[in-house]
Design a binder for this molecule. Structure first.
Ligand SMILES: [Zn+2]
Length: 247
């Protein structure tokens, strides 16, 4: 896939190579390795042999059929400095300074998106409500580029932005995101018994996307795919910049 001066190609091991055109020549910009072998089946956290995952508390109570897919691991040192190029871009994106990375972020997520779409028949797309304009632009353009029905989350979800962060993450997301009292019944018809994709930038313990899944569950989707750029992982390990394989 080529996008002006950027090109993304899949490697035989299902990794990605991002190249940039410099003086009319394509040069490798950075690479993202192939799928991890030993990640948690639910959240993709890299695990050692037989280790139980303690990193997806926010997804544990969900009863619906869902799948989380992400591009890479979010890794920083103890002072918050990024440990890889991709994490640097996500940090910039989250502090609303990432506009210049729009093209490459869009390309990377769109490549993963199309890869998933080849295997799973996705009908509609939405995103975790956000005030981040870059994420919003990427999410909406991904949905348009892949010919999905766009479901604006604000039509069904009420967001309380006044609430202060509290320790209890489960309660926090319950107060922050609620199903609206009234919504367009057409949305029910779109979601009901079909597969949808929900876009977000980062997953940590999964409480936010888990809450959004929980609300959408009311509309009985057949399956939900969480498509996120990164999942956090503690410490430095050789698995960074890898993404979980499709089952
Ligand atoms: Zn997990």
């Amino acid at each position: 896939m080529i996008f002006r001066n950027l090109k993304i190609e899949m490697t035989p091991s299902q990794g990605y190579v991002l190249s940039k055109k410099i003086n009319e020549k394509w040069e490798v910009y950075y690479t993202i390795s192939g799928p991890i072998q030993k990640g948690c089946k639910i959240c993709g956290y890299p695990l050692k042999n037989d280790e139980e995952c303690a990193h997806h508390q926010g997804l544990e109570r969900l009863e619906l059929n869902y799948l989380i897919q992400f591009v890479g691991y979010y890794q920083t040192d103890y002072t918050g400095n990024p440990l890889n190029k991709f994490t640097k871009r996500i940090i910039k994106m989250r502090i609303a300074e990432g506009q210049k990375y729009y093209q490459e972020l869009f390309l990377i997520l769109n490549t993963l998106f199309k890869n998933i779409k080849k295997k799973i028949n996705i009908k509609w797309g939405s995103w975790v409500p956000t005030s981040n304009q870059l994420l919003l632009r990427i999410a909406q353009n991904l949905i348009l580029d892949n010919n999905l029905i766009m479901v604006n989350p604000l039509e069904i979800i009420e967001t309380d932005n006044q609430i202060n962060r509290i320790e209890d993450k489960e309660n926090y997301v319950k107060i922050k995101y609620k199903l609206k009292d009234s919504y367009n019944p057409k949305i029910s018809q779109v979601i009901n018994n079909d597969i949808g994709i929900i876009i977000d930038d980062l997953i940590h313990t999964g409480y936010t996307i888990g809450r959004i899944f929980e609300i959408i569950q009311e509309f009985h989707p057949k399956k939900l795919i969480g498509l996120v750029f990164v999942r956090t992982s503690r410490g430095k390990h050789p698995l960074y910049l890898k993404y979980p394989n499709l089952p």
